[in-house]
Design a protein around this ligand. Structure first.
Ligand SMILES: [Ca+2]
Ligand SMILES: [Ca+2]
Length: 313
């Protein structure tokens, strides 16, 4: 595990959010995640036709919102700042130590089903008592709440959703089937996985849609038990072949197993202004919560975790 991930894990273990679940439940048997999912791409053997539609590639027209924007396009939650894109690379807020804001900046908010606008104050410490750096949003409710969908706020003028993003239904059970195959590959036999989220989107605007979905059955309060699963997958056409990429992979096979918590798609939007949309994922833990940003870099690198923060006890 690298140091940044360890820091997040420790952070999840150390601090106490306002939105904790079931604080009355004993935490003595709980183990927080000490592993993270690598972005992997695997091809599942299937003969099912993917319900990916092909449309004419859109012509993207740049439209910028007028506003009082931060010096750098800060991406934040209300329990900790994630970071920003500096024009060359992603910058982690905690590593940087100082946020590019003075207070009074405008923010666009994006989460599943919500696009909003708010403002925020100067840099403060949040996620008491962990003392993460962040800002206080004037309308934090726009972000959502535990266990999600929970979005992000970004002080940036560009259009956050320049391409298709829409909810879909698993009408033919195709995605339950993909989830069943994936779970089987992880050693769990689930005849009828429950699809909790399903979206059709075109991340990069190339006219070929991706499908992002979550299959999940977990114990209340995300105090995971044997047999629980929460997997977040993306089906994408790569070089003419439909492949499955993994955004979240929790499969509880045994009592002593470490787990990551439940996964949820929080938002899909362009968080660095390059016209390609990133995926914001939520991780729900027992008495903890995390938000991560995944960028689909290219077909070779696939989905890459680029920013994350979390607050939990
Ligand atoms: Ca696409
Ligand atoms: Ca982008």
């Amino acid at each position: 595990m690298n140091r940044a991930l360890l820091a997040v894990v420790l952070l999840l273990a150390a601090c106490s959010p306002d939105e904790s679940a079931d604080s009355s439940t004993s935490s003595s048997t709980t183990t927080l995640a000490t592993t993270t999912t690598e972005a992997t791409t695997t091809t599942l053997a299937t003969t099912t036709t993917l319900a990916t539609t092909t449309t004419t590639a859109e012509t993207t027209t740049t439209s910028l919102l007028a506003g009082n924007w931060a010096e750098e396009p800060l991406i934040t939650t209300d329990f900790g700042a994630l970071g920003w894109w500096d024009g060359l690379e992603w910058v982690d807020a905690e590593t940087e130590g100082a946020l590019p804001v003075v207070g009074g900046e405008d923010y666009q908010v994006i989460r599943v089903g919500v696009l909003g606008l708010t403002t925020a104050g100067p840099q403060v410490t949040v996620c008491d008592p962990l003392e993460l750096i962040g800002v206080e949003l004037d309308d934090p409710d726009l972000l959502g709440s535990y266990p999600g969908p929970y979005g992000v706020a970004i002080s940036a003028p560009w259009e956050l959703q320049p391409h298709l993003f829409e909810s879909a239904t698993d009408t033919n059970g195709d995605y339950a089937g993909f989830a069943r195959d994936f779970l089987a590959s992880r050693g769990m036999n689930v005849p009828s996985p429950v699809i909790t989220q399903l979206f059709r989107t075109d991340l990069e605007g190339d006219g070929v849609n991706e499908v992002v979905f979550v299959a999940e059955e977990v114990s209340p309060g995300y105090l995971l038990e044997v047999g629980d699963y929460s997997v977040a997958l993306m089906r994408k056409v790569i070089e003419g072949e439909v492949q499955t990429a993994v955004l979240g992979d929790t499969v509880v096979l045994g009592e002593d197993q470490q787990f990551e918590g439940g996964h949820r798609v929080g938002a899909v939007g362009d968080l660095n202004g390059d016209g390609k949309m990133e995926i914001v994922m939520n991780g729900a833990f027992f008495e903890g919560f995390g938000v991560s940003v995944w960028e689909y870099v290219n077909d070779d690198l696939g989905l890459t975790l680029v920013l994350q923060t979390g607050c939990g006890s």
